[in-house]
Write a protein that binds this ligand. Sequence first.
Ligand code: PLP
Length: 379
Amino acid sequence: MAHYLDNAATTPVRQEAAQAALEAMTEGWGNPSARYDLGTRAAERLKEWRAEVALGFGCLPEEVFFTSCGTESDNWAIQAAVELNKRKGKHIVTTAIEHSAVLEPCRALERQGYEVTYLQPGRDGTISPEAVAAALREDTVLVSMMLVNNELGTILPVAEAARAIRAAGCPALLHCDAVQGFLKVPFTPKELGVDFLSISGHKIHAPKGIGAMYVRKGLNIQPMIRGGGQESGLRSGTEPTSQIAALAAAVKAGRETLEADLRHMADLKAYAVERLTVSVPGLRVLTEGSAPHILPITLPGYKSEVVVRFLSDLGIYVSSGSACHKGKPSHVFAALNLPKKERDGVLRVSFSYDTTREDVDALAQGLEQAGRQLFTALS
Ligand code: PLP
């Protein structure tokens, strides 16, 4: 039996989402722009799905735009914000522990003459609100800060960043990459005080290939893709109705059981901290973070890729840092200044509503076994 403990990398599509996609593909498959009833029915459903996602965010339906993934939502928000503020300055503030979906667009803007301040995390893996306030300038046009770090599970002070921007009276728009925070840490865009917010379907049990962006009402942003005028003329292309149906179904199902799911993940995380530290000699929890679903640990002296392969042979799946880095050393652990031995041994364990104590027990046993066998092999 497989034990999947890498839910921060991706999640299995839940039944409700798969069923909704199937229905949208086999029954309500009309083009929402078509004028006959098959089309108007699809347009009607699209309206309902948008409303469902808006309910999940706690915003207005017209503030929700569908995209192809979290990366596109991050890129679009960043481009849109600097374009809106192009006459106000060329300074951006972000953090050194953002996902590459934020860091790479920022680097591209640097090549176009923008100056970017990358805030460094403290040893606890978060960013101090004072550091955000200190970095703001009269010409700061964008602050981009993630809600939950994908490798550490730490929660960043997004609402405090919003307050700091207002207090400083600087023109910055605030973007939040909430890909790891959505349905894991309760929020609404209004409570956070953000102008833009990005999420991704495949982190919340919807399929890959669908994401969404919140844009605060009143912001007159530029189109991401020009063409037939879908998504209020801002992201053209016939709507991927089956993907959107699945996203809406995953949001609805996730919202309905949110409290119980959060409690379940937090309990599992506490159980894992205890079980793993007791059972596996030398194992250290890097940070207990604050999000309930991500637990970074390290086995100093071991190479995480070797341990990941060893566990995989036993049917246990965890990640060696972020799956999005494709083998490159993690910039997040580099920013934390971990000693090399600890950095090389980092593993990320991540939970979901359907992870069980048996999965954690299997991991503890697998790591114990890895400790014995890999140590023998190395000595
Ligand atoms: N932002 C964060 C924090 C992520 O963890 C990820 C994916 O791992 C992304 C953005 C990118 O999302 P997607 O895979 O949907 O492009």
